[in-house]
Write a protein that binds this ligand. Structure first.
Ligand code: TRP
Length: 338
């Protein structure tokens, strides 16, 4: 991106709802990309507490308590506050104002067509009682993304409809403004956009209780790996096994840097040359040693320190978001008082 002749680094922006600590699905999905992106991008990472309230209005205490947990997880996996602006959504009121302005550019039927929202409405059994804020959170997410002129949004594939909507809003505003005042975002998907749960369900998720948390103690990690779904048709280690849909292999593919050894294990597994117990022991050792340094960093982040990191990042985030808001207000003809 070039602003006034100065070459700046591309902007990346993403966030997480604070509804509990983060897990390996987040790590394989967007957390891993964020750690890499902070070297090449100007990166903003948001704790999306307002978005979390769209389906947790009855449980604000859970959201509040999870905010420092999520920040601690960020530091644990290697986000560095001096290189990534880590901030709190509700403390950037410019985002709410942008949302209010964007809401006029999106129809209700467009929101109801969003496949991720439809799926989430079904999962939560909202039926006809969908909170209006929930239906509209993709618009607020468009505000989050565009406020920071983000070109790159590192997310899992379930977030693609959100980025598509944000891009539509950008095109509408730029059209009205007669100038490219907003940047059109694109998703950056990791190689492992969706990690399965230990039970073989399509997605590791805290609410389904099938995820390994970044903060899980070694014995918890080992127990969860032992519970992992492998090949249900295989009775003995010498039977030929199936690799596809085998959760242990999905995790090895996501986290074992030794790709050749994993390929060799797959070959032996298919041929009946290695049992589930040995395979799971390798995965458990790998995960425990990968998580150990993260958990050590995580222990060093007190609640106060997490809130201080957010306060500092939020100051920086507000400065950027308020400049964007001024451009949008002007493009949409909002009156400015003297
Ligand atoms: N919807 C995202 C999630 O549930 C969180 C989020 C909020 C987000 N605002 C965002 C992601 C902006 C990317 C960009 O995980």
């Amino acid at each position: 991106m070039t602003v006034a002749g100065i070459i700046t680094r591309p902007r990346a922006m993403t966030g997480d709802r604070p509804t509990g600590p983060l897990h390996l699905g987040h790590l394989a999905g967007s957390l891993g990309s964020r750690v890499r992106l902070q070297d090449t991008c100007d990166q903003f990472v948001m704790v999306a507490d307002l978005q979390a309230l769209t389906d947790n209005a009855g449980n604000p205490a859970k959201v509040g308590a999870s905010i420092p947990e999520v920040v601690a997880d960020y530091i644990a996996v290697g986000l560095a506050p001096e290189r990534t602006t880590i901030f709190l959504q509700s403390s950037v009121p410019e985002l709410s104002e942008l949302t209010m302005l964007y809401l006029n550019l999106v129809t209700v039927s467009r929101l109801e067509r969003n496949p991720t929202i439809r799926n989430e409405i079904a999962l939560r059994n909202f039926e006809r009682s969908v909170p209006a804020g929930f239906l509209c959170y993709p618009v607020s997410q468009a505000a989050d993304i565009t406020a920071f002129d983000a070109e790159i949004v590192p997310v899992g594939d379930d977030q693609l409809p959100m980025i598509e909507l944000a891009a539509e809003i950008v095109r509408r505003i730029n059209h009205v403004a007669g100038d490219d005042i907003l940047v059109e975002p694109r998703a950056s998907l990791s190689n492992v956009p969706r990690l399965p749960g230990i039970d073989g369900k399509a997605k590791a998720s805290k609410s389904l209780g099938n995820a390994i948390m970044i903060n899980d103690e070694p014995d918890v990690v080992r127990r969860k790996v032992r519970m992992m779904y492998t090949d249900p048709n295989r009775l003995r280690a010498t039977d030929p096994g199936t690799v596809e849909g085998n959760v242990v292999f999905s995790y090895l593919d996501a986290f074992d840097p030794n790709v050749d050894e994993v390929e060799d294990l797959k070959r032996r597994y298919r041929a009946g040359g290695i049992g589930d117990t040995a395979l799971k022991a390798r995965l458990a050792d790998l995960l425990v040693s990968m998580l150990e340094p993260m958990q050590e960093r995580r222990r060093s982040v007190s609640r106060d320190m997490a809130l201080e990191i957010l306060a500092e990042g939020t100051r920086r985030a507000r400065a950027v978001a308020s400049a964007t808001l001024r451009r949008v207000r002007s493009a949409l003809g909002v009156v400015e008082l003297p």
